[in-house]
Design a protein around this ligand. Structure first.
Ligand code: T5A
Length: 250
């Protein structure tokens, strides 16, 4: 065999070996990437509680977080309005009647309070944290529309919510206003009047969709809790295997 031929063969062999090595390393890279892609699509669940005042949302949301954590689910309690931010402090002053604002402005401020936490919410969910949320966009629509201000109808109220993350599951705590009244008188806040609460309930009823879980909130706390945990765990499990995060659309 001539030297040239041998060198050419050696060159071919090196090329083949090189290509094979590259192929193997591409395959192992892609194998290595696959599990992380699977991890990236697993996420935390967005579990939302809504309902009229004193329906027991706060009680159930907080108990749910405790139970989820006990089951090894990384969970956090969120609430809207988030009164800790600069915008939240303005909302708090308005609700406590310490500040005045037009109905349109306060509505947009409630929505902005959700927008200012949108990226954090997305990041937490992506990182596998389940967010149990006490009130969100539906309260925004139900309460402002309950004021019956010309021009601020439900469609107008809904517009600033478009583009925000949509909950994976919504637990609507259904309670009659009579039952709610038995749980203690109204507090000092602006919307705690019978007329507003009645209109709020009608608005929630008008917004109800098939995918909502309507919870009979007149039962004892433990019975409600058990039902709530089952529903929330289904959402947690669905999000673990990659259920996509949805957004409010036009
Ligand atoms: N708002 C909010 C807007 O206008 N726009 C928006 O965009 C948003 C997000 C926020 C206010 O802001 C408005 C809506 C509200 O007016 P908040 O701080 O969320 O207000 O306060 P509320 O939601 O009004 O909180 P409440 O405490 O009144 O109601 P909860 O959370 O539904 O009830 P909870 O759990 O505190 O329970 C109330 C009482 O009932 C008892 C509890 O022990 C407690 O005493 N209870 C039960 N009793 C018997 N049986 C059961 N199953 C019970 N569950 C609870």
């Amino acid at each position: 065999m001539g030297r040239e031929v041998q060198e050419a063969m050696d060159g071919d062999e090196r090329k083949r070996t090189g290509e094979a090595t590259k192929r193997v390393s591409r395959e192992s890279e892609s194998r290595a990437r696959k599990p992380s892609m699977a991890r990236a699509s697993a996420r935390g669940a967005f579990v939302l509680f809504e309902g009229v005042d004193r329906c027991g949302k706060s009680t159930q949301a907080s108990r749910l977080v405790t139970t989820l954590r006990a089951r090894g689910v990384d969970a956090e309690l969120w609430r809207y309005p988030d009164r800790t931010t600069a915008m939240g402090k303005m909302i708090d002053a308005y609700l406590m009647s310490k500040a005045e604002m037009t109905d349109g402005a306060i509505h947009l401020l409630f929505a902005a309070n959700r927008w200012e936490k949108k990226e954090l919410m997305e990041r937490k969910l992506r990182d596998g944290v389940t967010l149990v949320c006490d009130r969100y966009s539906y309260s925004g629509v139900a309460f402002t529309a309950a004021k019956n201000v010309p021009g601020l109808d439900m469609e107008w109220c809904r517009a600033p919510e478009i583009g925000l993350p949509k909950p994976d599951t919504l637990l609507y705590m259904e309670l009659s206003l009579d039952e709610a009244a038995k749980r203690g008188g109204f507090g000092q806040e602006r919307y705690e009047t019978t007329d507003i609460q009645r209109a709020v309930k009608q608005n929630f009823d008008a917004m109800k969709e098939d995918w909502w879980d309507v919870i009979d909130a007149s039962r004892d706390m433990d019975a409600i809790h058990n039902e709530v945990v089952d529903i929330a765990m289904r959402a947690v499990d669905a999000c673990k295997v990659g259920a996509p995060l949805r957004y409010f659309e036009r």
